[in-house]
Design a protein around this ligand. Sequence first.
Ligand SMILES: NC(=O)c1ccc[n+]([C@@H]2O[C@H](COP(=O)([O-])OP(=O)(O)OC[C@H]3O[C@@H](n4cnc5c(N)ncnc54)[C@H](OP(=O)(O)O)[C@@H]3O)[C@@H](O)[C@H]2O)c1
Length: 244
Amino acid sequence: MKHIILVTGAGKGIGRAIALEFSRAVRHHPDFEPVLVLSSRTAADLESISLECRAEGALTDTVTADLSNMTDLRRLTAHIVEHYGRIDCLVNNAGVGRFGSLFDMTEEDFEYTISTNLKGTYFLTQALFAMMERQRSGHIFFITSVAATKAFKHSSIYCMSKFGQRGLVETMRLYARNCNVRITDVQPGAVHTPMWGEVNDEMQALMMMPEDIAAPVVQAYLQPARTVVEEIVLRPTGGDLQEE
Ligand SMILES: NC(=O)c1ccc[n+]([C@@H]2O[C@H](COP(=O)([O-])OP(=O)(O)OC[C@H]3O[C@@H](n4cnc5c(N)ncnc54)[C@H](OP(=O)(O)O)[C@@H]3O)[C@@H](O)[C@H]2O)c1
């Protein structure tokens, strides 16, 4: 059976690993035919992940879009409506972070973070949940963070955006239960991805890898439709990198 799956931020890091893991699931689940709609701002990244997913047996489609831009966001949702007429899974993964002391954060840092993590996530969810509600089926993943429930001193705007995403997750549960839609909040601790920039070997050894997050996401999706994995919290075994 074909499953229309949109992964935002699919070009790098955790989103990329989730796209690959959905593709690899084909090996063990012969009835599972993922059609992966891969989206981010960088076309070259999407081309490369698309080829890798196809090599694993998935069908793919790429849409370059900046989710902080409402015109792009509407173009992405219109693409789903026009090409597929349904959506089975939305992975709200695209996100950005600017880190530093409270006193160093600028208005631009604020707008940049909030317009993707909150505004983009909100309006994409609003548009695609409407389709799921009509279908009376679907699954929405939110890749939030451990920073959605715990504060970190050098992540003030990022924490604010992730605590905010959690507000949306909990609101969506109220809508989703009435129409057979599943909501999963994925809260990772530190994962070695381009978001962190250059990290030394010592620090990398204290982090998870993107595939560590992707595997439980795909397992949660492949649960029987009667069961929802509501929350997935994953941390490096040694704990969070910073304790404040
Ligand atoms: N890495 C961690 O330690 C960690 C921990 C917990 C939670 N998370 C969350 O996991 C998610 C993925 O993070 P990551 O570490 O994989 O980050 P990443 O390596 O920087 O990748 C982020 C992806 O999102 C895309 N993206 C960013 N802003 C976008 C926008 N406005 N519109 C469309 N696409 C956009 C990026 O592509 P382009 O730049 O090409 O658009 C990229 O493909 C984020 O929500 C992050 O907050 C990460």
